[in-house]
Design a protein around this ligand. Structure first.
Ligand SMILES: O=C(O)CCC(=O)C(=O)O
Length: 284
């Protein structure tokens, strides 16, 4: 699923967009899982008398925006920043063999999903989901992870363009090493943000993508999202893969997804649904 040329491009530039990796059937379960979550939110808000309708007739790309708009200021931040649902559709995307083949080419055959993963429904106009320039490793214990491959797979569930706040990356920025950063105070979320002097004058690639494409970002690569100024929800998930034998630098739960050494310990849907972790890290 990743050619030697693509792998070389990734190693040199710290990112790559792989086109057409996933088909509609690969994405259907996760889109359905997200639609279910939208249903749950709409039911919660109608039940609480906060919205007059569940907006059931609206599409995957418009319904959540209508629900949050009807619920008013603050609803998107309350329900919509980052989802980690225990739903079969989510398990299916994390364990999708096409993604695992690519992850294996990058990280080797003993594979876990890193504890940091998200679904990000970026609703038009909401600020709290716009992620400023950062390196993923700045969220981790850098000393533990600095020599590792922990690629983030950023997977849009819909076509995404600049107007919708698709991801932007700075090619070869990974070569700068870990740069200084601070916690921003303007979004309401408190994201980590690279100090301005490092991003003032960088080359930027705007990653417009089709549904089915996968963007892979090195843990040292500067990347960000921008405002969604369209009328549509920008649906995406981000998953990180890693060599199972190495520390995650984060704590929390990770799942063994593929293993030659311990195939019997690879996570099943039942493990996932019942929150049985392959490895529960109590410290970093
Ligand atoms: O999806 C986004 O808007 C930002 C994603 C991101 O920065 C990340 O996954 O590290």
């Amino acid at each position: 699923m990743i050619t030697n040329e693509q792998h070389d491009f990734y190693l040199e530039n710290g990112y790559i967009i792989l086109q057409g990796v996933l088909d509609d059937e690969d994405l259907r379960p996760v889109r359905e899982a997200m639609s279910e979550t939208v249903d749950e939110i709409a039911a919660n808000l109608t039940g609480a008398g906060r919205i007059p309708s569940r907006f059931e007739a609206l599409s995957f790309q418009t319904r959540l925006a209508a629900v949050f708009a009807a619920a008013g200021e603050g609803a998107a931040a309350e329900f919509g920043r980052s989802w980690r649902p225990r739903k079969p559709g989510y398990f299916q995307i994390i364990t999708n063999p096409k993604l695992l083949d690519i992850a294996e080419a990058l990280c080797g055959p003993e594979l876990i999903s890193h504890p940091v993963y998200n679904t990000r429904p970026m609703v038009p106009g909401s600020r709290h989901v716009i992620v400023p320039w950062h390196q993923d490793c700045s969220y981790l214990n850098y000393k533990l992870v600095q020599n590792q491959e922990i690629p983030a797979f950023w997977i849009p569930l819909v076509d995404v363009n600049e107007k919708m706040g698709c991801l932007q990356v700075a090619p070869r920025s990974k070569n700068k090493g870990l740069v200084s950063f601070h916690q921003e105070k303007y979004s309401g979320t408190g994201f980590i943000e690279i100090d301005f002097e490092h991003t003032a004058d960088i080359e930027i690639v705007v990653c417009e993508m089709k549904k089915g494409d996968v963007l892979i970002v090195d843990q040292m690569t500067y990347h960000r999202s921008t405002a969604n100024t369209s009328d549509l929800v920008r649906w995406s998930i981000d998953i990180r893969y890693q060599d199972a034998r190495l520390p995650t630098g984060f704590g929390g739960v990770s799942h063994l997804l593929r293993s030659r050494e311990r195939p019997e310990a690879v996570i099943t849907l039942d493990d996932f649904m019942n929150e049985r972790p392959e490895r529960l890290e109590t410290k970093l």
